[in-house]
Design a protein around this ligand. Sequence first.
Ligand code: TRP
Length: 344
Amino acid sequence: MQVVTTKPRVLSGIQPSGESMQLGNYLGAVRNWVSMQDGFDAFYCVVDLHAITVEPPAPEELRQRTRIVVAQLLAAGLDPQQCSLFVQSHLAEHPQLSWVLECITGFGEASRMTQFKDKSAKSGVERQGVGLFTYPILMAADILLYQTNFVPVGEDQRQHLELTRNLAQRFNQRYGDTFVVPEPYIPKEAAKILDLQDPSAKMSKSRGDAGTVYLSDDASTISKKIKRAVTDADGEVRYDLQAKPGLSNLMTIHAAFTNSTTEKVEAEFAGGGYGALKSAVADSVIAFAEPFARRTRELLEDPAELDRILALGAAKARTVAAETVRAAYSNVGFLAPASAPTAG
Ligand code: TRP
């Protein structure tokens, strides 16, 4: 199978991190993945190898989480014919390239990754697995394997992408042109969704359930979480991310689910109370989440079909990834394996 295309290539990854993706993942990332399927040669990877770097879930749990993310990505509108949707652990090329990249990464360079510093600070560096330390290098392999032009990621991944670019340039310089040097791609429409209980921070499962809307939440849970969202005391419906982050966040969510803008949302609700806005936000989220959850459940009921979709995605990914590993290994100077003599 040969993937022939002249469209710029994008690659992104998502962790199978729980029972469901949350609103922030969807509005901040996945929704853009869907719209990029058309104009780009798109590779989307469920990064299960990354998911065991901290507090690895029980094996059956990890398998189920992986199926759930895949089902949710499909429910969100990824089309396995149009993009390449695959699971990272299905391609041995990821750790194969990662090893070589580890060998050209400085220990100090890796030590400067702020996400590692943050995550390890909690329970102490000494207690972390080495996999958390090398996490960004595996991520670099994810990207460089596909000769990626653009990587749609949030601000929090910018430093990892900078490392990826440095590694690509260093490798190319040392061993000859091998990798495309990727650019970050932070689409204008990507909404940064804040935690409903602590709107100074990004919405994240790690900050607790009350501030996080899961796309699997039922209507009454969604409604409760939104109505309890932290706002402010001045009572004026006005979009102002600095002064009124909680309220502005709700306006962003509403605008996203009604294909509107925060200006229009402001015009519509100005003069009304926060209660009316919150009810409308809850309705717009539920109108999306209900059919989304139904479609996800249908997909999960047919694991054989999910397997087929992932086999197709892995096959498409492998045509590109295997060629990159072959070139990288050859440029490093690894002796090419000869094919075994045929038996008989
Ligand atoms: N580190 C990314 C995150 O936490 C996930 C990820 C892994 C990724 N590999 C990637 C993102 C490659 C973009 C490209 O969100």
